[in-house]
Write a protein that binds this ligand. Structure first.
Ligand code: CAA
Length: 290
């Protein structure tokens, strides 16, 4: 495998593109406007500099890695020559369906179309295409550069050959894989994570413990790298809310979002990306309130 395309340059998309280029692949990263692409390039530069600083990459390596990533706003240009196209646009089924329709028209029949969805059905996302057997779920984790796993999900009609192509790409990227043999909303990890997050939110809403202590309990008592509130700030409260609503539709009441989550999102407290979520993230130079 030589070349892949990543569609959508947000948190996941730019990270997946970086992982591909670090593995020696040529990557075309597409988004709808130049300002998003320029933000993605800046984030890739920052992440590579961090890896150099911590001794995980040699000094000269970032130049070659960045040179392997081409950014473009044109979908046709992005997918030209790609063996696998990875979609990483927002978790809205209509949006993904429209994109898959376009990708199906633009790509030669042998191209594999993958989605980085963390919860939606692969079969439904691929429904408008003429190649359901060459579609697959490749679910990366945030931050993609650091996290070691890719969850590989079969749609109802995904072929064995496509599954093998997906697994081959994951190996090439230097990641571990797990396979979900049935296409069920939330796969393994999103269901497990949502269950933990929602239960911890209920513990907080019942007044049993503070956000800080719940995070500390999960970090120190259960050895998770982050507590659920810290992690939701990293992933985005809007993403978590959307995730919970999608799972609720399929599995019912047990994934119903607690009120405090909906209210934080309504108030624009979306996590690190908005400067505040469950915690505050003042920008450098901000003065703390008196
Ligand atoms: N780019 C490059 N390097 C990075 C990085 C990035 N974006 N983020 C972290 N690192 C590296 C740092 O260089 C650092 O390395 P050194 O210690 O050698 O310097 C190392 O990772 C640790 O980073 P930090 O010291 O900043 O902090 P940390 O030890 O807390 O690690 C973390 C940060 C990797 C995010 C860690 O806290 C963690 O694993 N958290 C849990 C993340 C998680 O669960 N992700 C899954 C979210 S769910 C999801 O993604 C599914 C979905 O679809 C929504």
């Amino acid at each position: 495998m030589e070349q892949i395309a990543v569609i959508g340059s947000g948190t996941m998309g730019h990270g997946i593109a970086q992982v591909g280029a670090m593995a020696g692949l040529r990557v075309k990263l597409q988004d709808v406007d130049e300002s998003r692409l320029s933000a993605a390039r800046a984030q890739i530069h920052t992440s590579l500099a961090r890896l150099v600083r911590s001794g995980k990459l040699p000094d000269g390596a970032p130049v070659g890695i960045v040179a392997r990533i081409e950014t473009t706003t044109e979908l046709a240009r992005a997918v030209d020559g790609a063996e696998v196209v990875i979609e990483a646009v927002p978790e809205v089924l209509d949006l993904k369906n429209e994109l898959f329709r376009q990708l199906d028209a633009l790509c030669p029949p042998e191209t594999v179309l993958a989605t980085n969805t963390s919860q939606l059905s692969i079969t439904e996302i691929a429904a408008p295409t003429t190649r359901p057997e060459r579609t697959i779920g490749l679910h990366f984790f945030n931050p993609p550069v650091v996290m070691r796993l890719v969850e590989v999900i079969r749609g109802i009609r995904t072929s064995d050959v496509t599954l093998e192509r997906g697994l081959e790409l994951v190996r090439r990227l230097g990641k571990e894989s797990v396979v979900c043999n049935r296409d069920a909303a939330g796969f393994i990890t999103t269901r497990a994570l949502a269950a933990l997050r929602l239960e911890c939110l209920r513990v907080y809403e019942e007044g049993i413990a503070s956000i800080e202590d719940i995070d500390k309990a999960i970090r120190l008592g259960l050895s998770h790298p982050m507590g659920p509130f810290e992690l939701t700030d990293l992933v985005g409260l809007d993403v978590a809310l959307n995730n919970s609503r999608n799972l609720e539709q399929v599995y019912g009441e047990r994934f119903k979002p607690p009120q405090s989550l909906s209210l934080h999102v309504a108030a624009g407290r979306l996590g690190r990306k908005s400067g505040a979520g469950w915690y505050d993230y003042p920008a450098e130079g901000d003065t703390p309130p008196a």
